[in-house]
Design a protein around this ligand. Structure first.
Ligand SMILES: Cc1cc2nc3c(=O)[nH]c(=O)nc-3n(C[C@H](O)[C@H](O)[C@H](O)COP(=O)(O)OP(=O)(O)OC[C@H]3O[C@@H](n4cnc5c(N)ncnc54)[C@H](O)[C@@H]3O)c2cc1C
Length: 600
């Protein structure tokens, strides 16, 4: 038998028949490598298998939003991600143009870089959106997971599984030797991407359709800093005859590294056979979109991918869970795929750890699907709607009416004319550009996840009706189910974010000076239930002070009230003020949240 000590080092060479662990993770993409990292950080033995010998070999996801960055901060790897990322201040000026060297149709400040939106973003989180290619992010996640104890098995393919009352037997194929062997685990996570075999094997129910449009990636190297330095952006959309991305009608020149490594996304008709693009054809596409007919270009790769509009309405079956693109499949619009995949795993891993450590009942695991399936639906719909909303821009330009390439050029030119048609076009462009905020500044979609499940104890209050558009704007709240609002707290020697007070390896109670009695209640209840539970008292002379008096305005509960924060920073329960018996109130809440039965 292989034996894993506390540090999960193998102390005996496993034989083919006897590999055992607590959790098998299938896939080393953002969802799988993050799940492995979270499990290992919580001391849960796990084996991550992945089909190929590499981590991401094409730079797909880049936009890494505030929630994902917060997770990296929580896990202590934010600095590693920032070191490899293009910083926030360079992600902003999304450009629409006729080619990179050609005329501009307009720009929109994106990912929270417009000063008024930047205020929203900065007030909501200690982290800002950055841009890191998936080819750089995955190695960071895999490296840290492995350093913390994950057994990473490359060239190892998931084949099938069976589950019983005690665990899951996973059949895997070693692609180097051709040998099949079983791994016995307590749980299985299928993070095996949009063509997930695990999701198919457990028969997850899906809505929507796959492969509704075809796209091709062309990666290339060319130094075009002269066209980017003054309008730094990660996305340059090119509207010119012939360009077409996944039905969008524009070609995309996407920065990989500023400003000499790029990715072109180019659409093709999925009803036809996939195009064969040789180096000469790829070079021609690059030169056309860049508007630089003689540019020296080094083509580094091409790949094809399908645009999907599909989400699972249930994410698990017994001891098997699916995360990431396995359960939400959509185009890159809004940059939500990798971010949401990482957040799925963040939701799931602490629950698995709590159940495996005997701190929670197995029913806690059912809340994974209850909480994350609505998120999957929301992001799939939003991303596809954002793609379709490009049509407004084409209608505004008149290019949808164009029947020939010459006519398309004439229509684009007409926006300059001192004619009623030209004026109408300019007016329509203002509205069409405004609409793109729903793709590029959708702060509410990025941060506004709210959970309703058995792991959230309602307090009779309702989430406030949004004052502003719920897709564009994030509204902080402490109604149970909300994410812990952000504020800066600390003392004369350090500044911490509220999220830093509630790390991933514990539950946290947050109260004020008038609520100090919660401390002894928490000590007793935490000890009794065997659950790590820390109390933070915010106020002058205590652990941290409300430095800017922002927390007092955000917390919604009175100073003697309390917030019970889950490891994933969602508020599990709150008490508006000090009840007569805080210990019983807290015990009842925690018993419910952890699925430990009915409160006494
Ligand atoms: C052009 C493009 C741009 C994008 N831009 C963004 C962006 O800016 N921001 C963003 O958040 N998202 C973006 N995305 C989406 C993002 O790439 C995906 O959402 C993300 O990769 C999903 O992660 P995942 O781990 O669920 O799946 P994947 O990354 O697909 O990983 C699946 C893993 O499973 C492994 N696997 C598959 N089958 C098996 C098997 N049978 N056995 C073992 N292993 C297996 C694979 O090898 C891989 O390691 C973009 C996507 C594209 C195509």
């Amino acid at each position: 038998m292989p034996v894993f000590d506390d540090g999960q080092r193998e102390t005996e060479v496993p034989t083919a028949a006897t590999v055992e662990t607590d959790v098998v993770v299938v896939g080393s993409g953002p969802a799988g490598s993050a799940a492995a990292l979270f499990l290992s950080s919580l001391g849960v033995p796990n084996i991550m298998i992945t089909k190929y010998r590499w981590t991401a070999n094409t730079p797909r996801a880049h936009i890494t939003n505030q929630r994902a960055m917060e997770i990296f901060r929580d896990l202590g790897i934010e600095d590693q991600v920032l070191a490899d990322a293009t910083p926030h201040e360079l992600v902003g000026d999304t450009v629409f143009c006729t080619s990179i060297a050609g005329e501009e149709i307009g720009r929109i400040r994106t990912w929270g870089t417009r000063p008024d939106r930047e205020a929203d973003y900065r007030l909501a989180s200690p982290c800002l959106t950055v841009d890191i290619p998936q080819t750089y992010l995955e190695p960071i996640l895999v490296r840290n997971a492995t350093a913390r104890g994950t057994q990473s098995r490359f060239s190892t393919e998931y084949d099938s599984h069976t589950q019983d009352a005690d665990g899951v037997s996973v059949q895997v194929l070693d692609r180097l030797t051709g040998e099949q062997y079983p791994i016995r685990a307590k749980y299985l996570i299928g993070a095996d991407g949009a063509r997930s075999k695990v999701a198919a094997d457990i028969g997850l129910p899906f809505e929507g359709a796959m492969d509704i449009a075809g796209s091709m990636n062309i990666t290339f190297k060319a130094d075009i800093a002269a066209y980017c330095d003054h309008r730094p952006s990660v996305l340059y959309w090119v509207i010119q005859p012939g360009s077409n991305v996944g039905g969008i009608g524009a070609g995309l020149v996407r920065m990989v590294r500023p400003w000499n490594e790029w990715l072109i996304v180019w659409g093709y008709d999925i009803a036809e056979a996939p195009p064969v693009v040789d180096e000469a054809a790829a070079t021609q596409i690059v030169r056309n979109l860049l508007g630089m007919p003689d540019l020296a270009v080094e083509i580094t790769g091409t790949s094809l991918w399908g645009n999907n509009e599909m989400y699972a309405t249930h994410l698990q079956s017994g001891r098997v869970f699916c995360a990431g693109d396995a359960v939400h499949r959509h185009p890159p619009s809004n940059g939500l795929g990798s971010n949401t995949s990482i957040q799925d795993s963040y939701n799931l891993a602490w629950k698995l750890a709590a159940v495996l450590k005997g701190q929670a009942g197995p029913s806690l695991l059912d809340t994974y699907s209850t909480e994350r399936a609505p998120v999957a639906e929301r992001i799939v719909k939003r991303a596809n709607k954002s793609g379709r909303e490009f049509v407004d821009l084409f209608v505004a330009l008149g290019v949808t009416e164009a029947e020939t390439e010459e006519d398309m050029v004439r229509q684009i030119e007409e926006r300059k004319a001192n004619t009623p048609e030209g004026a109408a076009k300019r007016e329509a462009l203002v509205a069409a550009m405004e609409l793109k905020n729903y793709e590029f500044n959708a702060h509410g979609v990025e941060l506004g996840q709210f959970y309703e499940s058995a792991a959230i104890v309602p307090d009779g209050t309702r989430r406030p009706e949004p004052v502003r558009d719920a897709d564009l704007y994030y509204e902080a709240s402490t109604v149970p189910g909300s994410h812990l609002p952000h504020a800066w707290v600390g003392d004369n020697t350090r500044r911490s974010a509220m999220m830093d007070l509630a790390p991933y390896d514990r539950f946290t109670l947050i109260t004020g000076i008038a609520g100090e009695q919660w401390q002894s209640a928490a000590d007793k209840v935490g000890h009794e239930l065997g659950v790590p539970l820390e109390t933070i008292v915010i106020g002058p002379g205590r652990e941290v002070t409300d430095l800017y008096y922002d927390w007092a305005k955000l917390r919604e509960v009175t100073e003697s009230g309390v917030l019970l924060v889950r490891p994933d920073k969602h508020i599990a329960w709150r008490s508006m003020s000090m009840p007569a018996d805080p210990e019983s109130a807290l015990r009842d809440a925690l018993v419910l949240v952890l699925g430990r039965g009915v409160p006494a």
